[in-house]
Design a protein around this ligand. Structure first.
Ligand SMILES: [Zn+2]
Ligand SMILES: [Zn+2]
Length: 392
């Protein structure tokens, strides 16, 4: 006998016992990969060892190859009957880097991941809109909302199988979730993988789908959710309810539910952040004589006193009478202001007596014929403000 036939100790390379389960093998591989991976350890000896470790992982996670090992053979070796067609070629070179990376990073679910993809996928987020009045935005509200989302199927609790049945391994891909085809080209053999069409890449099929969900593991359902909207919200803001969105395929974890605020226009107030604005149409006589008027605010009616001689364009600021200031922490930090803009209304329909009284007033004030150039008795030309503002 010439060369002794060397059988690689795949269990020893990974440092696991020959009865190790798949999880233990995976853990051992990951632990070794973390210290030997070329990205971490560029040393040549480490790279050689990493290739051994990766090959051992590939062999021991493939039931067919593992059986050969357990029977005393070497699925990658040149032993066995014919002395090995590949000859002295390094058996470990058969493993591409993609395989190693997939195993290292778990490879589950991704498009080109190795092995079957999981039937269980995370669910999507859901969005609903809620109309609120300005007053409700100011105080916050708690309201029950009817939401229509995918929910866990109560019949199969997400498995998609009819009661008493279980998924079976796909016999087209033998549970791998992908099928391979080999093409010959002048470069050699090219092996391509694609998801198994029979099981859609899951590696298993559901022989008896659940009647309630048709095998999806979830059903549409309508339910009521209580939503608390904090004080100070504004149009377009979203409140997130974790885990109240759509349940995923296969009963996967639910996404989040977002409630978006739609603020209805208010008949008196317009809003600018936390500040509110409103306009008072003051009769000319009230503007001249001064007045006190009832002003509606978010806290109820207040008395607003306006001095005699209030001009159009006057802005009165009521500190702290605006909206609650909502911080990103979710807490309210003080209030904005309420700005009252004064507009002076000039009467349009005067009867004979009113006209006569206004003429008398004009006469008393020397304003019958306003002096455009020189100014009136008060010493101000009527264009002075205009001139000032243009001269700026
Ligand atoms: Zn079901
Ligand atoms: Zn299949």
């Amino acid at each position: 006998m010439g060369n002794a036939h060397v059988v690689r100790d795949y269990y020893g390379i990974l440092g696991v016992d020959s009865d190790a389960g798949p999880d233990e093998i995976k853990r051992a591989y990951r632990r070794l990969a973390r210290e030997l991976h070329p990205d971490v350890n560029p040393d040549a000896a480490a790279q050689e060892r990493f290739r051994e470790v990766s090959a051992a992982y590939e062999v021991l996670t493939d039931p067919e190859k593992r059986r050969i090992v357990d029977l005393g053979g070497d699925p990658l070796g040149n032993g066995g009957g014919g002395g090995g067609g590949a000859g002295g070629a390094d058996p470990f070179s058969a493993f591409g880097f993609g395989d190693i990376m997939d195993a290292f990073f778990g490879g589950q679910g991704g498009g080109r991941g190795r092995g079957p993809r999981s039937r269980i996928q995370p669910g999507a987020d859901a969005l609903i809109r809620m109309q609120l009045t300005l007053e409700e935005c100011a105080t916050g509200v708690t309201r029950d909302l009817t939401v229509d989302t995918a929910a866990l199927c109560s019949e199969c609790t997400g498995s998609g199988c009819a009661p008493g049945s279980t998924p079976t391994m796909c016999d087209i891909c033998n549970g791998r979730g992908e099928v391979q085809s080999v093409q010959r080209s002048f470069l050699g053999q090219v092996v391509t993988s694609r998801p198994c069409p029979n099981c859609r890449g899951f590696g298993e099929v559901i022989p008896e789908p659940c009647r309630q969900c048709g095998g999806d593991g979830r059903v549409r359902s309508r339910r009521t959710v209580s939503v608390r909207i904090p004080a100070g919200v504004a149009d377009g803001m979203r409140v997130r309810l974790a885990g109240q969105g759509e349940v995923g395929p296969g009963g996967g974890p639910a996404g989040d539910l977002y409630v978006e605020v739609e603020e209805e226009p208010h008949e008196l107030f317009t809003r600018d952040g936390a500040d509110l604005h409103c306009t008072v149409q003051l009769p000319m006589t009230a503007a001249a004589l001064g007045t006190t008027l009832p002003l509606p605010t978010l806290d109820g009616t207040e008395e607003l006193h306006l001095d005699a001689g209030t001009q159009a364009g006057t802005v009165r600021t009521l500190r702290g009478k605006g909206m609650p200031r909502l911080r990103s922490t979710g807490r309210v930090d003080g209030h904005g202001d309420l700005m009252v803009h004064v507009d002076v209304a000039v009467p349009t329909k005067l009867d004979a007596k009113q006209t006569e009284l206004l003429r008398q007033l004009a006469e008393l004030r020397g304003e019958e014929q306003p002096d455009l150039a020189g100014g009136n008795r008060n010493g101000h030309g009527i264009f002075s403000r205009l001139r000032d503002s243009f001269g700026r």
